[in-house]
Design a protein around this ligand. Structure first.
Ligand code: F6R
Length: 616
C-alpha cells in the first residue's frame, strides 16, 4: 500500500526522502511523487511508475532544500497516473498533503467543496482532504494543526497523512487512523523524519514515536513534538521507542532479490522465533504471553483463528496442530468474512489473529469485532508495535525480522513456529502429550533450523525443475493433513509472483473436480511425506500418472515408491509429521521464486500487490 516519507532539518532532504521511498517500495505501489522546499522555492514532481522514474524527473530539475515530503501511491480512487499521484496541493497552492488510506465519504465532501468554489485536478479522495483542510482553516482562521484536526473529525475512513504549509517551512502535521505512521526524532529536535515505517530513517536516528489511531502530531523544528487526540482534543504524552532495526536487515545482502534472501534467512529466523522460548534441554516452553493467560488457554472450548492470505494458511496449519496436539477445537476464518458475518463467539473461546505486518485492515477489524463481543484476542505478529500488536489483548511476536519481499516466506514459517510452540505447551499442560512425548517433540523442533539449512542446498536442483515448467499456464498443488495448507500456500506463492494460474487442493479432493484438468501439460506438485496419509497420496499420484500429468513430488528422504512414479522428486529430511510444513514449504517457495525470475517477473514487488494491506 501507499508509502510516506518526509524530512525536515539541516540535511539535504532529497536523498533522504528518495532513498526512503525506495525502502518502502516493498509495500507495493504504482506511482510516486515528491515535494521539495528551499525557502520560498517549492518544487513538486510526480509520475506514474516507480521511484526510479521519479528520480529521473527530479534529478533533471531542482532537488535543493531541507524539507521534502514523498509518497508512493497504490491506486484506490482513480487510475495510476501523474495527476492522481501524491503529493496533492490545495486550491490556494499553500497546503501540500500525502495520504495513505481511504476517505470513504470523499464524494459528499467533494460536492460540498465544489459548491464552495473548489476545483479538482485529480480523481483522488486525498485532494478532497487537502482542500477540506484549507476550507476549515479559512473558515476558522486557525493554525494548520487545528485545521487538520477539525477537518479529520468530518472524515470517515482510514488515513495516515502528512500535511505541509508552504508558508511555514519549519513544521508539518501528521495524523493517523488505521494506517501506520512513525516519526523519527533527531538530536535536540534539529531534524525530524516521518515515514510509514521506520526503515527510511534508521541510519539517522534510533528514537521513534509511533502514532496511535486518532492521534495528530505537530512537528516543529527545535521544539518537542505535540500530540493530541483528534476527537477529544486531549494532549498525549509522546512515547519514544528505541528502534532495534539495523540497516543490514533491510538490505539484500548479496542476494538478487529480497524474497531469495528471506527464504534463506528461515533457519536463522526460526531460531530467533524460539530463542528463549524453546528450552529443549530443560523440557520447557516459556512464553510469557501464554503463561500469563494460561487459565484462559487451558479452559478454551474453542480457538477461532482470523487472518488473511499466507497468514490464513499458517492458521490452517495451526488448526491441525491445536486439534492434534492439544485437542482444542479450532475454526479458521478469513478475517474479511468473519468481520461481516455476525459470528458467534462464546465466553470460553479464544481468538488468535495472525498477521506479518500487523496492519492488515480486515484482520484489525476482525480483532475489534471479537473484542467488542468480549473475546480474549491473542495476536501472532511480526512487526513490533504494529496496530494489531497493540490492539490484541496479548500476543507473541514471531521475531522473523523485516520481511521486504511482498510474497511472505519467513513470515509463514515463523508464524507456524510460534503456533507450534503454543500447541505443544498446551498439549503437555492438558495431559494430551506425555512428558516423554513432549520432550521428544521439543528436541525434534530444535533440529528444524539445521534441517532447513541442509534442505536449502537443493536450490540448484529446484532451479532445473523450474526451467522445465516455467511456461506452464496452470499448476496444481496437492497435499493432505498438515500439508494440505502447504499445498494452498505453494499455489498462492506461484500465482502471486509468476502470474501462473495455480490451485491448491487436499489430495483426495482431486477426484471431485480438478482431475478433469490433468493432461500431459499439467504440472502437479504433490506433497507425499512418509507419515502423512502416505499410501493414500501415493494412490493420488498414480491417478495423476495414468492421466499423463507431470508429477513433482515432495517426499521424505529415502522414499523409493514415489521415486518410481514421479517425474521429479524433492526430498525433505525426516521429522515429526506435525513439523513437516516447516520443511515442505521451502522447496515450494524456491520453485515459485525461480519460475518467476525465469519469466522476468518483478519477484519482490509483484503487480497489483501490496505488502501491507491497510484497506479492506
Ligand atoms: C502472500 C502474502 C499475503 C499476506 C496477507 C496478509 O504472500 O504475503 O497473502 O499474507 O496480505 O498479510 P499480513 O500477514 O501482513 O496480515
Amino acid at each position: 500500500m501507499c508509502g510516506i516519507v518526509g524530512y525536515i532539518g539541516f540535511r539535504k532532504a532529497y536523498p533522504i526522502v528518495i532513498n526512503g521511498l525506495q525502502r518502502l517500495e516493498y509495500r507495493g505501489y504504482d506511482s510516486a511523487g515528491i515535494v521539495l522546499a528551499n525557502g520560498n522555492a517549492v518544487n513538486l514532481y510526480k509520475t506514474k511508475g516507480k521511484v526510479i522514474d521519479l528520480k529521473k524527473i527530479a534529478e533533471d530539475n531542482i532537488t535543493e532544500g531541507n524539507f521534502a515530503l514523498g509518497h508512493t501511491r497504490w491506486a484506490t480512487h482513480g487510475i495510476p497516473n501523474n495527476e492522481n499521484s501524491h503529493p496533492h496541493k490545495s486550491n490556494s497552492g499553500n497546503l501540500v498533503i500525502v495520504h495513505n488510506g481511504i476517505i470513504e465519504n470523499y464524494d459528499s465532501l467533494k460536492k460540498e467543496l465544489i459548491q464552495r468554489g473548489y476545483t479538482f485536478q485529480s480523481e483522488t479522495d486525498t485532494e478532497v482532504l487537502v482542500n477540506l483542510i484549507e476550507e476549515v482553516q479559512s473558515q476558522n482562521n486557525c493554525k494548520l494543526g487545528k485545521a487538520v484536526q477539525l477537518a479529520l473529525t468530518n472524515v470517515v475512513g482510514a488515513y495516515a497523512i502528512a500535511v505541509y504549509d508552504i508558508s511555514k517551512p519549519n513544521e508539518f502535521i501528521v495524523a493517523r487512523l488505521g494506517s501506520p505512521i512513525a516519526i523519527g526524532i533527531g538530536e535536540n529536535h534539529e531534524e525530524f523524519f516521518v515515514a510509514s515505517d521506520a526503515s527510511p530513517f534508521i541510519e539517522f536516528t534510533k528514537d521513534a514515536i509511533y502514532l496511535d489511531d486518532e492521534e495528530l502530531a505537530i512537528i516543529r523544528l527545535g521544539r518537542e513534538i505535540k500530540i493530541r487526540n483528534i476527537n477529544n482534543d486531549t494532549v498525549i504524552e509522546p512515547t519514544i521507542q528505541e528502534l532495534k532495526l539495523n540497516l543490514e536487515q533491510i538490505e539484500k545482502g548479496g542476494y538478487d532479490h529480497f524474497m531469495l534472501k528471506e527464504i534463506h534467512e528461515q533457519p536463522h529466523a526460526i531460531s530467533d522465533t524460539y530463542r528463549g522460548r524453546l528450552l529443549a534441554d530443560k523440557g520447557i516452553i516459556k512464553m510469557g504471553s501464554v503463561d500469563n493467560n494460561i487459565t484462559k488457554f487451558l479452559n478454551a472450548k474453542r480457538i477461532i483463528i482470523v487472518a488473511c492470505g499466507t497468514s490464513w494458511h499458517a492458521g490452517l496449519v495451526a488448526e491441525y496442530l491445536f486439534e492434534d496436539l492439544a485437542r482444542i477445537p479450532v475454526e479458521v476464518e478469513y478475517a474479511s468474512e468473519f468481520r461481516y458475518r455476525n459470528p458467534i463467539i462464546n465466553k470460553d473461546d479464544i481468538v488468535i489473529a495472525i498477521s506479518q505486518s500487523g496492519e492488515t485492515a480486515d484482520t484489525l477489524a476482525a480483532i475489534k469485532l471479537a473484542k467488542s463481543k468480549g473475546a480474549f484476542v491473542f495476536g501472532v505478529c511480526n512487526v513490533v508495535g504494529s496496530s494489531i500488536a497493540r490492539e490484541t489483548n496479548s500476543g507473541a511476536y514471531t521475531h522473523a525480522g523485516p520481511e521486504i519481499g511482498v510474497a511472505s516466506t519467513k513470515a509463514f514459517t515463523t508464524q507456524i513456529t510460534v503456533l507450534t510452540l503454543i500447541a505443544l505447551k498446551l498439549g503437555n499442560l492438558k495431559g494430551e502429550l506425555s512428558n516423554s512425548m513432549f520432550h521428544s517433540y521439543l528436541h525434534k523442533l530444535n533440529l528444524i533450523p539445521d534441517k532447513i539449512e541442509n534442505l536449502l542446498k537443493i536450490n540448484a536442483k529446484i532451479e532445473k525443475i523450474a526451467a522445465i515448467y516455467k511456461d506452464a499456464p496452470n499448476c496444481l498443488y496437492l497435499g493432505r493433513g498438515y500439508n494440505f495448507p502447504v499445498a494452498l500456500e505453494g499455489a498462492l506463492k506461484l500465482k502471486e509472483i509468476s502470474y501462473i494460474h495455480a490451485e491448491g487442493y487436499p489430495a483426495a479432493e482431486m477426484k471431485h473436480g480438478p482431475i478433469a484438468l490433468i493432461d500431459k501439460s499439467m504440472p502437479v506438485v504433490v506433497i507425499a511425506t512418509k507419515k502423512g496419509h502416505y499410501d493414500k497420496v501415493v494412490s493420488n499420484i498414480q491417478e495423476i500418472k495414468s492421466r499423463n500429468g507431470k508429477i513433482i513430488a515432495v517426499v521424505t528422504e529415502g522414499d523409493i515408491i514415489v521415486k518410481d512414479l514421479a517425474d521429479h522428486v524433492i526430498e525433505i529430511p525426516e521429522t515429526e509429521e506435525a513439523f513437516t510444513p516447516l520443511l515442505t514449504t521451502i522447496p515450494l517457495q524456491l520453485l515459485s521464486y525461480h519460475i518467476a525470475v525465469m519469466r522476468g517477473c518483478n519477484v519482490d514487488q509483484p503487480r497489483n500487490l501490496a505488502k501491507s494491506v491497510t484497506v479492506e
